[in-house]
Design a binder for this molecule. Sequence first.
Ligand code: ADP
Ligand code: MG
Length: 299
Amino acid sequence: MKKRGFLIYPSTTPRENNAFEWFREAAAAYGIELEVLFYSTPAAQAPEGAPDWEPDFVIMRGYNISLSRWYESRGVKVINTTESMLLSRDKYRSAGSLALAGIPVPRTFMFHGDSVPAYPEITTSPFILKLNYGSKGENVFLIDCERGYREALEACSREKLRRIEALDRGICEFGETLEEIGYGCTPLIQEFISASSGRDIRVWVTGDEIAGHILRYNPSGFKSNFAAGGSYRRIPLPQEAASAALAAVRTSGLFFAGVDLLFDSSGGFKVCEINGNAGFRTASADIPDALFRNLVKIL
Ligand SMILES: Nc1ncnc2c1ncn2[C@@H]1O[C@H](COP(=O)(O)OP(=O)(O)O)[C@@H](O)[C@H]1O
Ligand SMILES: [Mg+2]
């Protein structure tokens, strides 16, 4: 029988220039009927008593933990699982779980408690300061002086206010409670992997398969994100990068993921982050095709 899935986006997603059709066509090639819905679309939530509303799976293109948990409670397969999404959004917790699994990551510290250390207590310079929850390279800073440190902390505080205001308007991408927003806005201090400055490898994984990869580079900044001014080009994927990406995705429990890999000075790789809601426009391969090719195996 034909399988049916929902692809669910935040309500704020622009309706133009999106990958809706790309996903729908890729799904159709595997006999799957895919409906694009938004958090606010009534159909994204079950009309009680309607017998055949239930999809075979749901793909979440954002962080709506209540909705995602609700589907799971109904026995619907959710890509990615709520738990794996919560873990991958949490850069501090995911770095810890990767390190525990023996996967190399930059050394990462979180400011526990309500005060942040004064600059002189931070010894290695330069270092990275980033928000625990974030994307597109926003609120990621390279710090080499006390003034830069103070400005970065101020930017983090402004971002926290912005997220609290967004929550007031019902936007739940960065947490559904003030406490969670606070946790996501906690700054992390991270070892700067200088050999990787301005470049990394983004690897997309679906299931146990490498679906695509690209070198991202930025000649005029340390951040390689496309949104932060980075460019991209094809390179062969080093075996060690492939193994690190697959191991990171397996450890996190994600089914569909983007992994950012930093080049370390010994020729190996460190996992910068695992992304459970990765974009794929810059990929050199058809990522939605790989997603559905692997998804049909587990439906
Ligand atoms: N510890 C680090 N050492 C070197 N470069 C880093 C480090 N952390 C982040 N970067 C650079 O900044 C970019 C954005 O950081 P990342 O943690 O992936 O945040 P985001 O979720 O916003 O993409 C990375 O792709 C990488 O180019
Ligand atoms: Mg990233």
